[in-house]
Design a protein around this ligand. Structure first.
Ligand code: ADP
Ligand code: MG
Length: 221
């Protein structure tokens, strides 16, 4: 499934005026491909992901996600679109403190009304894919920062999203783990024809992307 951003402008209140976080940004990410978004801090990378995730409504322009025009959708429709089609990996994992790693993933199936009976097996398979097969019963405080980030990534994949949005996935990982997580994201993108957008500072993995887009002062080049 494809993600298309058309002429998106997003501003935030800033003192007496407005700060332009995204300045007429257009982007097309076909299913089965990965686009990296790079650029300095404050250039608008996370804002771009927030618009694509339908978490923020732009001032003008629109995002088309999995064939759905998001401009004009109400909050409930946007939430349903996110549950069914969008996997989001924020920089901060936001795991639930009382749940084990495998339970963090199973919750996603409950929320989406998916098949609960097969959820545990699927969750364990994804934890295995991110190298955490032996940590499935650990709670967040019993995991390292990098391990929590891998749970976060596995959780985003639980509902087989058609659009995967990932903010700085390798920043909390060492090089080897970062490469392994990238391998997983590339394989899943190809296998499931996911449209994947990856915000990254880590230039070592850029040759594995289909496209690299550079953000500067809210403009995409
Ligand atoms: P990046 O992810 O590239 O670091 P962001 O998208 O987070 O950039 O931020 C782009 C610009 O918008 C920055 O100047 C930032 O300070 C500003 N910004 C981001 N979020 C908000 C917000 N919720 N309210 C006001 N300004 C914001
Ligand atoms: Mg950011």
């Amino acid at each position: 499934m494809t993600l298309t951003l058309v002429d998106v402008t997003l501003t935030y209140p800033d003192g007496d005026g407005r700060l332009t976080a995204l300045d007429r940004v257009s982007l097309d990410v076909p299913g089965g491909s990965l686009t990296a978004v790079v650029g300095p801090s404050g250039s608008g990378k996370s804002s771009l992901l927030a618009v694509a995730a339908t978490l923020v409504t732009p001032d003008s322009g629109t995002a088309v996600v999995a064939g759905t025009q998001t401009a004009g959708l109400g909050p409930a429709d946007k939430a349903a679109l996110r549950r069914e089609h969008i996997g989001i990996v924020f920089q901060q994992p936001n795991l639930l403190p009382s749940l084990t790693a495998v339970e963090q993933l199973q919750v996603m199936t409950h929320l989406s009304g998916g098949p609960v009976r097969s959820a545990r097996a699927r969750a364990l398979g994804l934890l295995d894919a991110v190298g955490l097969a032996d940590k499935a019963d650990r709670r967040p405080h019993q995991l390292s920062g990098g391990q929590r980030q891998r749970v976060n990534i596995a959780r985003a994949l639980m509902n087989e999203p058609s659009l995967l949005l990932v903010d700085e996935p390798t920043s909390a990982l060492d090089h080897e783990r970062g490469a392994a997580v990238l391998d997983l994201l590339v394989a899943l993108t190809r296998e499931r024809s996911t449209a994947t957008v990856l915000v990254t500072h880590d230039r070592t993995h850029l040759e594995r992307m289909d496209r690299v887009a550079v953000m500067r002062d809210g403009c995409l080049t």
